[in-house]
Design a protein around this ligand. Sequence first.
Ligand code: SF4
Length: 278
Amino acid sequence: MKGKLKVNLHLTQACNYHCRHCFAMFPEPRDLSPERWKDIISDLAESGLVSAINFAGGEPVFCRGFPEIVSFAHDKGFLLSIITNGSLLRNEKLFPRELFPMISMFGFSIDSLNYDTLRRIGRYDSRGNILGRQGFIDTVRLIRECSPSASIKINTVVSKLNWNERLVDIEEEVPVSRWKFLKMKVFETNGFSNRDLAVTESEFESFVRNNRRRYGETVVESTMERSYLIIDNAGNLLDNRGDSYTIIGNLLEEPFGEHLSRFSLDDREYSRRYAEAK
Ligand code: SF4
């Protein structure tokens, strides 16, 4: 697997939404500067272990210097992807058009297409705006115009608030190459807890059954533990086992390869998760 790893740079915790299940609650509040992110990306390139970078958050476009960070990683030759709530990709100031062709996969976090459910989850901005069905369709249309070969992926977190909904009919209008169903991770830190939103195994299975797809690949994940390389907004490699994070080390202090040797990656689960990055 060496040289084929994909790391997730959670550039910022900032987001215009406030989902109740959000796990972007990292130990340190301040984000790194663009220069420090470039140092980390250079280190990842020099390690020879990483071929792909996924930008995540929070909402990654809120990271200071986001366009220059993406361009830098692109120039280093990484395969790039993004996980976004999608609400700001049509905002040229936050997401300049020239970034689209640099990113080969756009992953949308879409947990519902129902306005009331989205409100209950917290997927709305300070003005009450949501990314509804049409907003998603228009955003994908823009991606297709700017970057015809980019693939579209959706991640859906299944919780008590949406487990009985059916979402997959949207792909009659938008081609989705990969759809991931994730069982909501229980997360408790600094007085925050989402335990009341946890679904049972049978509720999760019911969601999966009810969302059988006619096209594309479906990935069902009941855990992300030991199969997801998270680098948080302060440059820490995190271990996400259990109900909170453990810092393995900071990439500004030691090279990525050193930290990775202390991380117990589940090779089989990791390969399954990132089959698309090869
Ligand atoms: S859209 Fe994503 S990053 Fe933003 S609050 Fe929701 S889960 Fe967290």
